[in-house]
Design a binder for this molecule. Sequence first.
Ligand code: FNR
Length: 209
Amino acid sequence: MDAQLRVIALVGSLRRESYTQRVVLALKDLAPETMAIEVASIGSLSLYNEDDDTDAPPPPWQAFRNQVRRADGVLFATPEYNRSIPGALKNAIDVGSRPAGASVWSQKPAAVLSASPGALGGFGANHHIRQCLTFLDMPVLQQPEAYLSRVAGLIDADGRITSSATADFLRGFVSAFEQWIRRLRHDTAIAKAPNPQASILAPNRFAHL
Ligand code: FNR
């Protein structure tokens, strides 16, 4: 069996009864057995301030950065605040991105899911996250896109997805994310493997000149 993948989920809502948080907890059950999803506590991260990013940064920043480093993939799950990324989530992204040159995000496979009780499914937040992830050099799952609109009617207070179509969609989404992570790991392994032909080909690289 494939080794279990560790996915860290960053949830953009700190609200106790958050729909987004409930969706992520439901995803833990819908995910294949070969993927474990762990939710990060981004609410404990103080606001990013470069003055505090010394040789001894705040312990919650260090713990969070290490948690991301250990993960095989990152799931960004968020509501939309004022058509953009909630501050708590943007702060976590910023904390992980520094100090300069030591970002924990670089080359980590990512997926983005947004949710809203409204009709647009958090489209603005979803794409503002994608804008950050481009700069942070994270390979992001492109399809399926995940915008959960009218989320209040899709999940009950016990965290059960009430629509089978939505459960199927979410199952497909996590499965696609698993395949995405495995594909990138496979490609990276191939890229790193010694190429037995390299030494033969190398002297001829400029033969056409
Ligand atoms: C919102 N909400 C919201 N919804 C939306 O679809 N687009 C938006 O731009 C906003 N803007 C916004 C700003 C702020 C400051 C708050 C607090 C809320 C409503 C939001 O989708 C709703 O409160 C969700 O229930 C929040 O997600 P959780 O906490 O249920 O996961």
